[in-house]
Design a protein around this ligand. Structure first.
Ligand SMILES: [Zn+2]
Length: 391
């Protein structure tokens, strides 16, 4: 999943303001604090997942230490920017929730031991989600946390003078994953930070940040991304058409990561859509020999994929039926799905919708219970053929 995004973000200089999606008003406010020399020592960037709180904090950090900044952005080419963009700047420190599938001692569970993975994950996708990060760490169902050892490490690091830039910056991602003990250890640092120190807390859930820390940070509210900016980003960065981008943007609640998930699910669905159309056309025109041949092909694909296809088909049947009932506004279909469903919906009606749905559902159960896929699909096609005749 991360690899998928790598190519695009590498070409977009991930840490500058110009590559943050939308948030024009907030960008302006942040820039103004630097121009006015009102740089707060402990700031809390908080906004929902995918709003861009992490890219904004990174852009702000880069801007602070850029030696050739313009009124609107970091230069992107000075030695400081260069290192910031690779996340290897000696004055940019990270503390993020970590964990390991291996049984490491507690003192090993600190960000320093996971920096290569963190750099890869964030440069590939500054809109990294917590779940994607845990996926990159390969920790399955464990949750990451920011430990007391991490807090100790932070204090050590921030008590150094900056190595080469004006500010030393701590970016602490997801302070809500920090326990009481760790938070208490950091308290004094947040209250009285050493000179030229900026702490950027980046949170999705400030309600779960320990109050004593929360009350000592200056809030920077990151709102959902405005729809036009989200649409434009999907067109420019993902090559979507205006119509596709518009539809996805409206479904994404101002979250770029959610938009990407919706888009990916859509692409997965493309292949399934082809299968669905083939199944329905051939079943309707009673081309059963073709279908039996195809059942053999289908049997060779993985069981998980067969199951997902049957789930997808149930959704499409449901949506086609809704179209038939003219409840078009509750239907969520994309491009060719919608076109097909429009033509196909007259054939899905009150007399057969339940039967088709049930047949698909049963086939899915049989596949899950290790039924022979060739037999399951052959049987399914025959049943659907019969049911469509009732339309
Ligand atoms: Zn620069």
């Amino acid at each position: 999943m991360l690899l998928y995004l790598t190519s695009f973000f590498r070409t977009f200089a991930p840490m500058q303001f110009q590559s943050v999606i939308g948030q024009h008003h907030l960008r302006g406010k942040l820039l103004q604090t630097v121009h006015d020399g009102r740089i707060s020592h402990a700031q809390l960037f908080w906004g929902a997942e995918g709003s861009g709180n992490l890219p904004l904090a990174l852009a702000y950090a880069q801007y602070l230490n850029c030696t050739h900044r313009t009124a609107n952005d970091a230069c992107g080419v000075c030695p400081s920017c260069n290192k910031m963009q690779k996340l290897i700047h000696p004055d940019l420190h990270f503390a993020v929730p970590v964990n390991s599938a291996k049984s490491l001692t507690a003192d090993k569970l600190i960000t320093d031991h996971f920096l290569p993975q963190w750099r890869d994950a964030v440069t590939a996708n500054p809109y990294l989600t917590e779940a994607q990060w845990y996926e990159a760490l390969d920790i399955e169902n464990k949750q990451g946390r920011i430990s007391v050892h991490e807090a100790t490490r932070i204090i050590e690091k921030l008590n150094f003078k900056p190595f080469e830039s004006e500010y030393k910056i701590l970016l602490l991602w997801l302070p809500e994953r920090m326990g009481h003990e760790a938070a208490n250890r950091l308290l004094k640092l947040v209250e009285e930070p050493p000179d030229k120190t900026v702490m950027l807390f980046v949170s999705e859930d400030p309600n779960h940040i320990i109050k004593t820390i929360l009350s000592r940070t200056m809030p920077v509210r990151v709102p959902p991304i405005d729809t036009p900016s989200l649409e434009a980003a999907l067109q420019q960065r993902e090559g979507l058409t205006e119509a596709e981008a518009g539809k996805i943007a409206r479904l994404s609640g101002g979250s770029y990561s959610r938009a990407l998930t919706v888009m990916r699910n859509g692409r997965q669905a493309n292949e399934f859509f082809g299968w669905f159309a083939l199944m329905m056309r051939n079943a309707y025109t009673a081309k059963f020999l073709d279908l039996f041949e195809w059942a053999e092909e289908l049997a060779k694909t993985g069981r998980e994929k067969q199951k997902n296809f049957l789930l997808y088909a149930q959704r499409l049947i449901r949506e086609s039926f809704m179209l038939n009932r003219s409840a078009a506004d509750v239907v969520y279909l994309m491009g060719e799905e919608e076109e097909f469903a429009q033509k196909f919906s007259p054939f899905v009606n009150a007399r057969n919708v339940e039967g088709i749905f049930h047949a698909l559902n049963l086939a899915q159960e049989h596949i899950a219970q290790n039924g022979n896929p060739k037999i399951v699909f052959t049987d399914l096609f025959l049943q659907i053929g019969k049911l469509l005749k009732r339309s």
